[in-house]
Write a protein that binds this ligand. Structure first.
Ligand SMILES: [Cu+2]
Length: 326
């Protein structure tokens, strides 16, 4: 997806496009690449294994394009970390020395930003500001101490409007050194959007002709979203992460919740709001907790109700079921 291709004027454009700046052409090209493989994994956001080298936790990521199923019969062309959407979860403990080796197998340059993690400036992943972009075929190593504890994420910072929308995002969880009481269920849910038209995938964004027609939680649209099974009386923590370009007021049926952390930082108990809906804006994280007191199949869904459709057909998109049993 280089500028030479963009300047030929052969760019496929979805719908009515308003951008006339040639520099904006990257937004309008379909997500693709020379080597798009079928995804071999079906679940994104799973914990990434690491090795220990002299007290450093070493993780390896490879950026690559895959066909990623968001529904049984709908796949998107996604740019991924290690072949899944979201990419694999990096989960470490506060104070850990972390090294992440990133190999770029995309046709485009990329970088990684450690969103909310307090890293040294040179590790912040902003192209041409804190580092040179990682060119196709190149490898770059990030290294930093994991701090503070909380719910964070990592994502591309290179042409982020396209690359993040295309799937280059994943959870980064830092557990406290001395954890407070642990919930029985601890789920991280990353919310985003897609534009699929004519069998091609485009980066969805809030501009004319680029609005999304699919919406995913952890890379899946309802009914392909995970059903979360909970026993009555269990305490549930959800780490909601907005990583698309739209705001999503996430509403839980059946049981109110408390907002226990915002953007990774704990909310003092006296300040914790009791809510049944929380708007998750792009880049934000909300950790919410509730006790599953009522048996039944309870929905968590976005309350912009168009976001609970698949290509304009309800039900779909940003819905998932909590199955609370005795
Ligand atoms: Cu929404």
């Amino acid at each position: 997806m280089g500028m030479s291709e963009a300047s030929t004027g052969a760019t496929a454009t979805p719908g009515s496009m308003m951008a006339t700046n040639p520099g904006a052409a990257h937004m309008m090209e379909p997500i693709g690449g020379n080597n798009v493989q079928q995804a071999t994994e079906t679940k994104g956001g799973q914990p990434l294994a690491f090795r220990e080298e002299n007290g450093v936790k070493v993780f390896e990521l490879t950026t690559k394009a895959v066909q990623w199923p968001i529904l049984d019969d709908v796949s998107v062309t996604a740019w991924t970390y290690n072949g899944t959407v979201p990419g694999p979860m990096i989960r470490v403990t506060e104070g850990d020395q972390v090294r992440v080796i990133v190999k770029n197998e995309l046709d485009d340059p990329t970088t990684i930003h450690w969103h909310g993690v307090e890293v040294p400036n040179a590790m912040d992943g902003v192209p041409d500001v804190t580092q040179a972009p990682i060119q196709p075929g190149e490898t770059f190593t990030y290294e930093f101490i994991a701090k503070p504890a909380g719910t964070f994420m990592y994502h591309s910072h290179y042409e982020g409007d396209v690359q993040v929308s295309a799937g280059l995002y994943a959870p980064f969880i830092i557990d406290p050194k001395e954890p407070a009481s642990q919930p029985d269920i601890d789920k991280t849910l990353m919310v985003s959007e897609w534009l699929v038209r004519g069998g091609q995938t485009f980066a969805a964004m809030p501009m004319g002709g680029m609005e999304p027609n699919y919406f995913t939680i952890n890379g899946k649209a309802f009914p392909a979203t995970e059903t979360i099974n909970v026993k009555k009386g269990e305490r549930v923590r959800l780490r909601l992460i907005g990583i698309g370009q739209f705001i999503h007021p996430m509403h839980l049926h059946g049981m109110p919740f408390k907002i226990v952390a915002t953007d990774g930082h704990p909310v003092p108990e006296a300040a914790q709001l009791t809510k049944d809906t929380v708007s998750v804006a792009p880049g934000e994280r909300y950790d919410i907790e509730f006790v599953a007191t009522e048996p039944g199949k309870w929905m968590l869904h976005c309350h912009i109700l168009h976001h609970t459709t698949n290509d304009n057909v309800e039900p779909g998109g940003l819905m998932l079921v909590f199955n609370v049993t005795e």
